[in-house]
Ligand binder design. Structure first.
Ligand code: AHM
Ligand code: MG
Length: 334
């Protein structure tokens, strides 16, 4: 079939045979994420109407309590995935601990765990800036038939079977990988269908955009400060352009299309940076590598880091290969 007008639903079915395990469960899981993304998108698009339809904590006209959007997104993704009887557990940036999900027959037969940041960058909602959902999927490591444990969630990123994000932006897009490249789908809101709009997405090897919260410059490690100065130097294709939305998904998405580097380093205020290894960095790193980019903490490949706790943070440098390698060089020589 030609890729023109191919829907996400069709794409999932047609590519199912390329998965290592072809029982159809992973396809159903991605389908459930597709559905939840549409529901959340609908709600995110109404955010500007908050003065009219009520704010978080109010009761709406149907007598339902209005939820904050990040809570709403969290509930929607968890409920949608739980009902489909495919995942044995979900860990979310919004929950203190993982949520164990028993299969309907109560035999713990479900094989997948999902780690999710349901609404990343949610502080941007009030000002109409894009936000996103980030997800990461693993096969459980404990035996099927037993309850899910923390071990199933604390896997290295290199064990991911799928990862992706939804960006609720000028267009809403779902971008994901199952380890065979990265494909992007744009939602046609009129009919609620995602179409393949960005097949085989690739980071250009070089780029000219650097994305970092420079307000924290004074607190950054020397290697990052040196690299920022390098980006600003007039030489060859530099100075680079600075672009920082403050919404990881959007900054990543733009950099993947145009070529660039995103950095959230550690600082004298945050010893391990801000971003979460399991909910944000690993899925973005998997996508980056599948799109010919790179992700590291300055010294180690993100996906090779052994996680020790659910909500752990890690310094994050991600984007066009040559740019990330240059930043690593500065880190390692500082
Ligand atoms: P969140 O998970 O609390 O939304 O925080 C993650 C977000 C990223 O999307 C973004 O890149 C970063 O925080 C921005 O942080 P800062 O405002 O410190 O630059
Ligand atoms: Mg987040």
């Amino acid at each position: 079939m030609s890729q023109r007008n191919q829907t996400l639903g069709e794409f999932i079915i047609e590519n199912q045979s390329s998965f290592k395990y072809t029982s159809g469960e992973l396809s159903r899981l991605i389908n459930s994420i597709r559905l939840a993304a549409k529901v959340v998108n609908h709600e995110v698009n109404k955010a500007g109407l908050v003065d009219i339809i009520g704010t978080a904590g109010d009761t709406n006209i149907q007598g339902e309590d209005q939820q904050k959007l990040d809570v709403y997104a969290n509930d929607t993704f968890i409920k949608t995935m739980t009902k489909r009887n495919i995942v044995c557990g979900i860990a979310s940036e919004e929950e203190d601990d993982f949520v164990a999900i028993n299969s309907q027959d109560e035999n713990h037969q479900n094989k997948y765990v999902v780690l999710i940041d349901p609404l990343d960058g949610s502080s941007n909602i009030d000002v109409n800036v894009s936000v996103g959902t980030i997800f990461s999927i693993y096969r459980r490591v404990t035996p099927v038939g037993t309850p899910v444990t923390i071990k199933d969630f604390l896997q290295k990123g290199n064990q991911q079977v799928a990862a992706g994000y939804v960006v609720y932006g000028t267009s809403t897009m779902l971008v994901y990988t199952t380890g065979h490249g990265v494909n992007g789908f744009t939602l046609n809101p009129a009919i609620g269908t995602f179409y393949l709009s960005h097949p085989n997405m690739q980071f250009p090897e070089n780029g000219s955009i650097y994305s970092v919260n420079e307000g924290n410059y004074i607190h950054f490690p020397k290697g990052i400060k040196d690299y920022i100065k390098y980006c600003q130097m007039e030489e060859g294709d530099r100075p680079y352009t600075s672009r920082y939305i403050g919404s990881l998904v959007s900054d990543f998405h733009r950099n993947m299309i145009k070529g660039g580097i995103y950095m959230y380093p550690k600082s004298s205020m945050n010893a391990k940076g801000k971003l979460r290894l399991l909910y944000e960095c690993n899925p973005m790193a998997f996508l980056a590598e599948q799109a010919n980019g790179k992700a590291s903490d300055g010294f180690t490949r993100i996906m090779d880091i052994e996680p020790t706790e659910l909500h752990e943070r890690v310094p994050f440098i991600c984007g066009s290969k040559n740019m990330v390698e240059k930043a690593e060089e500065f880190m390692q020589n500082a």
